[in-house]
Design a protein around this ligand. Structure first.
Ligand SMILES: *Cc1c(COP(=O)(O)O)cnc(C)c1O
Length: 483
């Protein structure tokens, strides 16, 4: 492992040259504000610092360098034009306090971009209005459920529960309980979807909402979804669509047409903005007409006479869910992505995303277990259960093996309803050569497991750290340098 920047320090080296003090005597700082000893800062030349950080950056795994098939995360290529537009002065240097000071005349371009984005998202999803302010997918879920709560409260409905199938994303039950609903979990059936019969038993008049991840976390589209919407509505329960992975259906079907009342999208997965390592996100929430008045504050509108402006909030709004317009840059980049692709381009996105996932599924299904034998949507789920039983080589072992070949591991041990799960999402931006290379490495791992399972103890061999104690790394992480 390379040394930390502190270990590279040498007393007296310097990368800066401060000008001489050009003002007269300054007032000394209050004694309580002064350090009792000098800060221990590393001393290096500018070149040392540049080299140090450039080398560190090369240790980062990124979508711009290698294949990143992390299921449920949509780690796809983000065209650079989005960065270029985002960096334009009028967007990047716009002061957010123009909003607070109500100066729409200074931000017409930005407001217009938000209005077009909202209109495009309405068209894509079949919803009637969007809030663009939530800052992540899970934040959108919470906002959506709060909006639903406000709707029921206004109508005097007594609601206590939110139904979530066990094939939903883990954030769904978490968001529902954060808004103080009790979660009813409905099991999936043998084909991986929420079982309609089990759903009929669970639904009752105290159910506020039914949250469905579509496609669900096993990468499948539930054919019973329309029936589930109809039954829920008979109980005045609202239907919530987790559309984080909209690249599965973009331009092909619309949640609003199926009967969903609320949808959130992850602009940072489906449209643009790489989001590895918990980077900035945007989780806009779309609703049907009957819920618009409860949406969070800050929505944009347009009048011929005065241009773009921020609407007066309705008296029933749930209030603000983020400062200003949330992560505006993520919204802007999503808009650029959508506008450069256009309608046909976006249909192509989902068709390729689904085709690529099925290509990988078909190449690997003779080597790993297939828990649900069906065409998948934008991602496929396989399992190493048999391999583990027969040769004691686990999903984790395969994931570690792949790291030595410049491949990011797929999502593993998720969804939790599949034992030894491996969830692969190639995304629409990968070509067939990359997918073939990846599949061959998985196949090589399976073959090696059969002949030399012991070998897996050593992988990865080429990275700075081989097998970390994962529990310790998660529970008592310490990344601070100490003298
Ligand atoms: C990623 C994801 C989420 C959560 O989104 P964040 O932006 O990480 O909060 C929710 N649902 C699904 C299906 C997802 O894939």
């Amino acid at each position: 492992m390379s040394a930390t920047i502190f270990e590279k320090s040498s007393i007296g080296r310097s990368g800066i040259n401060l000008p001489k003090q050009q003002v007269g005597d300054t007032k000394p700082l209050d004694a309580m504000l002064l350090r009792s000893e000098k800060a221990k800062l590393p001393e290096l030349s500018e070149f040392d610092v540049v080299r140090h950080f450039t080398n560190l950056s090369k240790k980062n795994f990124s979508i711009d360098s290698n294949f990143y098939p992390l299921g449920s995360c949509t780690m796809k290529y983000n065209p650079k034009i989005e960065e270029r537009v985002g960096a334009l002065d009028g967007f990047a240097n716009l002061h957010p306090h123009h909003i607070t000071n109500n100066k729409p005349e200074f931000m017409q371009g930005a407001l217009q971009s938000l209005k077009i984005l909202e209109d495009d998202l309405k068209e894509i999803t079949g919803m009637d209005a969007f809030t663009l302010t939530p800052e992540a997918g899970a934040h959108g879920e919470m906002t959506g459920i709060m909006t639903i709560g406000a709707y029921h409260k206004k109508r005097g409905n007594k609601k206590r529960f939110v139904i979530v199938p066990d094939s939903s994303h883990g954030t769904n039950p978490a968001s529902a309980s954060m808004v103080d609903y009790e979660v009813i979990t409905v099991k999936s059936n043998a084909s991986g979807g929420m079982d309609v019969e089990a759903f009929k038993e669970a639904i009752n008049d105290e159910v506020a909402a039914v949250m469905m991840t579509v496609p669900n976390t096993v990468g499948l589209f539930n054919p019973g979804v329309k029936e589930i919407c109809d039954i829920a509505h008979e109980h005045d329960a609202l239907m919530y669509y987790d559309g984080a992975n909209l690249n599965a259906i973009l331009g092909l079907i619309r949640p609003g047409d199926i009967g969903f009342d609320v949808v959130h999208l992850n602009l940072h997965k489906t449209f643009a903005t790489p989001h590895g390592g918990g980077g900035p996100g945007s989780g806009p929430v779309g609703v049907k007409e009957h819920l618009i008045r409860f949406l969070p504050d800050l929505r944009v509108d347009f009048k011929q006479e005065s241009g773009y402006f921020i609407k007066e909030p309705s008296s029933d709004t749930i209030g603000k869910v983020s400062p200003f317009f949330g992560n505006y840059m993520v919204s802007l980049k999503a808009l650029v992505y959508m506008q450069t692709l256009g309608r046909e381009g976006m249909i192509n996105v989902s068709q390729k995303a689904v085709l690529n996932a099925n290509y990988i599924l078909s190449k690997l299904k003779d080597y790993l277990d297939v828990p649900y034998d069906a065409y998948c949507m934008h991602e496929c789920v396989l399992s190493a259960q048999s391999l583990y039983k027969e040769h004691h080589v686990s999903t984790l072992d395969i994931a570690k093996y792949l790291l030595d070949f410049g491949l990011h591991a797929p999502t593993i041990y998720f969804p939790m309803i599949v034992h030894e799960a491996i969830m692969i999402e190639p995304t629409e931006t990968e070509n067939i050569d990359t997918m073939d290379y990846f599949c061959q490495k998985v196949i090589d791992a399976v073959e090696l497991a059969k002949t030399n399972p012991e070998a897996f103890k050593e992988f990865p061999k080429t990275l700075p750290i081989s097998r970390a104690d994962e529990t310790k790394a998660a529970r008592s992480l310490n990344i601070r340098w100490q003298d």
